[in-house]
Design a binder for this molecule. Structure first.
Ligand code: RUQ
Ligand code: CUA
Length: 594
């Protein structure tokens, strides 16, 4: 057994390299005769909408990518942990978005897991959350405007990795630390290394409490009834090097009894560390954390749509461990909660569901998606594997449409592949990532097509367009500080401070010019007074590093110091009309102050 794992480890480590030399045979991806049929399945005629929104994490790009499915057309990307001048997001000191990033850990993030808000176990279209593994942050995106509205840093966590909504009504967002380090981090001390699971308020993102875990954590999910928070744990050895982390053949899925943790909290069984109530389950009266053994270094953690099972995908073991959730606190040994452990292939990373009793597991090493029947696997029926399909290449996450809800649609599955190699035109030594869309509506899976993306989508979630599109705002309601056309003006409020107010509408700013003095602090307020969707204007000020986008109805405020004398044109950056180029004005910076 030991030898098998050692071999498997090396296979895993070198899989990408080997695949690079062996799998570059374009044209072998689909059966020629099926191509038109497949194309018809994904073709969305001009003027018609995609059936699904797909939200993909942007990984080290620090954003969220939004695609329409099945077309694979990219609709937008939402900047989260990175500045984006085009939208005026976090690119100008003093603005809310800029100061929020600065205060929570900086202007770059590593986003992994997008999750959607739920009501009664189904998506309600209000919010999307995404983690920043690199800076231990979480962000909330308001889906009525596809904009990041809140970001928080989670205390006592190193590498905030798995996040999940606590079903069915989003009571908490749970987030774990993948790495272990000192808690609290006051000095170097290996003996205090730990990892925690944090329970966050979904709106304020405040950490309500944390639970210390007996090892590291990786990927999370929750039971459908709000009772359990689950996490895969791949380093129960508490190793510090790769060799130490893979020493044992057994790790675990950790299950946190949420009501028991809440009771411990009420009974004062916690310590406040870094301002957060931290529960040490070893000191609690009630049992809070259960460890269900799973083979060596598991990865994905996925609860079935009916809430019956939680599954740990094997990674270094060719199996998926199926755990009967109802048995976790009933059996004398946690091992007895295991309902099945089907072998699925090499390098299983994540499992997703179609709501018809089938599971789909991504196989990183085999570069395959395997479809298997859950009931058969649990019953020990050897014919549990239904189908396998080759993907291109080295799939990480895989997600089926609405698989995280209680009502999956079982229509499409996205294979989020780590390497694209020969799939697209070369764009340098580094290639785009490859997402493959698979039709899972029938018995056999059908690979429809692939589309590239910026690096690198880790995970994806989907919403039916009909459930979200009607909730998306068309124009903003005027804010209390909105400027009206008659009120465009300049107002000196101090010897070195000026307020400037102006409107923007096709194709004119409220002020053709305004005058300030060198050294003045300028508080600029611009309101877009358009009343129709899509008429976004921009305000860019040449040589001052300023650009904002102002959506219809929206008001933006920017403060800067006019530290250079002379004439500086401001102009609209969104091509809004035939007179877009003329939509500009001058900031005149005098030298009265010397
Ligand atoms: S992890 S390839 Cu960051 Cu989601 Cu599994
Ligand atoms: Cu307004 Cu271009």
């Amino acid at each position: 057994m030991k030898r098998y794992f050692t071999i498997l480890f090396f296979v895993l480590a070198f899989a990408s390299m080997v695949a690079l030399f062996t799998s570059c045979k374009s044209g072998s991806k689909n059966d020629e005769k099926d191509l038109t049929a497949y194309a018809r399945e994904v073709y969305v005629p001009i003027g018609q909408f995609d059936k699904y929104y797909a939200f993909l994490s942007g990984g080290q790009s620090g954003n969220v990518l939004i695609y329409g499915l099945p077309s694979g057309r990219q609709l937008r990307s939402v900047p989260v942990f990175e500045p984006r001048a085009a939208y005026g997001y976090a690119n100008i000191p003093g603005t809310e978005s800029y100061e929020r990033l600065k205060a929570t850990g900086g202007f770059w993030g590593d986003t992994h897991h997008p999750i959607l808000s739920e009501t009664h176990g189904d998506y309600d279209g209000r919010f999307l959350w995404i983690n920043d593994k690199a800076n231990n942050r979480i962000a909330r995106i308001d889906l009525s405007r596809f904009e990041t509205v809140a970001i928080a840093k989670i205390p006592n966590i190193n590498a905030l990795h798995g996040i999940a909504v606590v079903s069915p009504d989003t009571k908490y967002i749970i987030g774990n630390g993948e790495f272990r380090a000192e808690i609290p981090k006051t000095k170097y001390d290996v003996s205090t290394y730990a990892s925690v699971m944090a329970f966050l308020d979904p709106i304020s993102l405040e950490t309500r409490f944390e639970v210390i875990m007996p090892g590291n954590c990786d990927i999370n999910d929750s039971s459908k009834d709000g009772r359990w928070a689950f996490t895969t744990m791949y380093d129960l050895e508490k190793g510090l090097t790769i060799e130490e982390m893979i020493r044992r053949d057994e790790d675990a899925i950790g299950a946190i009894d949420i009501p028991a943790a809440e009771r411990a909290l009420q009974n004062g069984e916690f310590q406040v560390i870094e301002g957060v109530k931290v529960i040490d389950p070893q000191k609690a009266k009630e049992k809070i954390v259960y460890l269900i053994p799973v083979p060596k270094n598991p990865h994905g953690c996925d609860v079935t749509p009916d809430g019956k099972y939680v599954m740990g995908s094997g990674k270094l073991s060719p199996t998926v461990t199926v755990i009967d959730i109802a048995k976790i606190d009933k059996v004398s040994h946690p091992r007895d909660a295991i309902a099945g452990q089907p072998e699925v292939g090499l390098g299983p990373l994540h499992t997703t569901f179609d709501g018809r009793g089938n599971a789909y597991t991504s196989l990183f090493i085999d570069s395959q998606i395997v479809k298997w029947n859950i009931a058969k696997a649990v019953a020990g029926d050897p014919s549990y594997v239904v189908d396998r399909i080759d993907i291109h290449y080295n799939v990480g996450h895989t997600q089926a449409t609405l698989a995280e809800t209680m009502h999956p649609t079982g229509e499409f599955l996205l294979s989020l592949n780590k390497l694209s190699k020969d799939m697209f035109l070369p764009v340098g030594p580094s290639m785009p990532e490859s997402q493959e869309l698979i039709d899972i509506s029938g018995e056999k899976m059908k690979l429809l097509y692939a589309f590239p993306s910026e690096p690198e989508p880790h995970d994806a979630v989907f919403m039916l367009a009909k459930d979200l599109a009607p909730k998306v705002k068309q124009v903003e309601q005027p804010a209390p500080n909105a400027v009206t056309e008659e009120k465009s003006r300049t107002e000196r409020i101090g010897p070195h401070e000026v307020n400037v107010y102006m409107t923007a509408i096709r194709s004119k700013f409220g002020l053709d010019s305004f005058e300030v003095q060198k050294g003045d602090t300028v508080h600029l307020t611009v309101t877009n007074i358009e009343t129709v969707r899509d008429m976004t204007h921009g305000f860019a000020l040449e040589d001052y590093g300023i650009n904002v986008a102002i959506d219809p109805g929206q008001t933006k405020q920017i403060t800067f110091v006019a530290d250079k004398p002379g004439t500086y044109w401001y102009y609209c950056t969104w091509f809004c009309s035939a007179l877009h180029l003329e939509m500009r004005g001058r900031m005149l910076v005098g030298e009265i102050h010397g």
